[in-house]
Design a protein around this ligand. Structure first.
Ligand SMILES: [Zn+2]
Length: 121
């Protein structure tokens, strides 16, 4: 089940530390400040991203998680993941290893493009 392109999910996850810092920063404002009302929607966004991540973990454990390939945007099955890497199996590009940093995605290794048609001899 494809939810997002991998880059979109990575950008959403990159927002979470900023959201958490903003929410904690809002707690330090005086209790009468109206800016504290902003913590509620920000917290809602943060919880939504966390729930999406939990659901993706559930899909990954059942080998049903797919993302849009960062190269060709086709549905690519996630075969493994950890804190720093995603392993995708794209039907167009083949197996891909993608390293993630806080602000960047880097395709570390990939097989040559799979042939679309085998020549008949
Ligand atoms: Zn691809």
């Amino acid at each position: 089940m494809k939810l997002f392109p991998l880059r979109t999910w990575h950008r959403l996850c990159s927002l979470t530390p900023l959201l958490a810092v903003a929410i904690v920063g809002l707690w330090f404002l005086p209790a009468t400040s109206r800016w504290q009302l902003l913590a509620l929607p920000l917290g809602g966004v943060l919880v939504s991203i966390a729930l999406l991540g939990a659901w993706q973990g559930w899909l990954l454990a059942r080998r049903r998680l797919e993302f849009g390939c960062p190269q060709c945007r086709k549905n690519a099955l996630v075969t493994a993941a950890d804190k720093k890497r995603w392993h995708l199996d794209c039907p167009e590009c083949g197996p891909l290893t993608i390293h993630t940093g806080w602000r960047s995605l880097r395709i570390a290794s990939y097989a040559k493009k799979r042939p679309r048609h085998r020549s008949k001899k």
